[in-house]
Write a protein that binds this ligand. Structure first.
Ligand code: ADP
Length: 177
């Protein structure tokens, strides 16, 4: 598997993960929500929301598939990269390309900021209802493809929360015997 030494898997609460940046599965308003978004704002404190509000004032939120960056506030991570996953609508509303864009744009932003280590949650697979197996394939292939062409980030960690995603990612990231 190409670049497998640069891709890691852990089951954890992403707010506790000690990478340079963690990615948030945000919504277009950037003003907080449920799931991992709520957890990140609760753990990271008001500095994150304050920067999100500045971004909203400047550019009016964040489109689906795009990404923006803020401080990590009180989190172990220095930065939070907020990306907006697609809501699953049956699969014929460009969901796969939009989900791939989330991973690609988050990685581009990390690279631009010289970030060496970044952790991703399983974007869109909670409240937004993206089928977990399809989302996992897109996540892994998009990250692998990006790392093949870029030196930064040096390391990407997929942070899974539930057992389904843990099994899916274990299978996809299995090293060849
Ligand atoms: P979305 O709206 O993009 O579906 P959610 O936050 O509802 O976002 O869910 C995205 C994924 O994040 C789900 O797989 C969910 O289980 C997971 N998740 C929820 N809370 C956390 C957390 N604290 N750390 C890591 N992953 C989390």
């Amino acid at each position: 598997m190409p670049h497998s030494h640069r891709i890691h898997l852990m089951q954890s609460d992403i707010t506790k993960v000690n990478t340079d940046a963690i990615v948030n599965a945000a919504n277009t308003s950037l003003l907080g929500g449920g799931g991992v978004d709520g957890a990140i704002h609760r753990a990271g404190g008001p500095a994150i929301l304050a920067e999100c509000r500045q971004i909203v004032a400047r550019q009016g939120g964040c489109k689906t598939g795009e990404a923006v960056i803020t401080t990590g506030g009180n989190l172990p991570a220095s930065y939070v990269i907020h990306t907006v996953g697609p809501v699953w609508n049956g699969g014929h509303k460009n969901e796969p390309a939009l989900l791939a864009n989330c991973y690609r744009h988050s990685l581009e932003l990390a690279e631009k900021h010289g970030i060496k280590t970044v952790a991703f949650p399983n974007i869109s697979t909670g409240i937004y209802g993206y089928p977990k197996d399809q989302a996992a394939h897109i996540a892994v292939s998009t990250v692998q493809d990006f790392l093949q062409h870029h030196a930064l980030p040096e390391q990407v960690t997929f942070v899974v929360f539930d057992q389904d995603n843990l099994s899916l990612y274990q299978r996809l990231l299995k090293k060849p015997d």
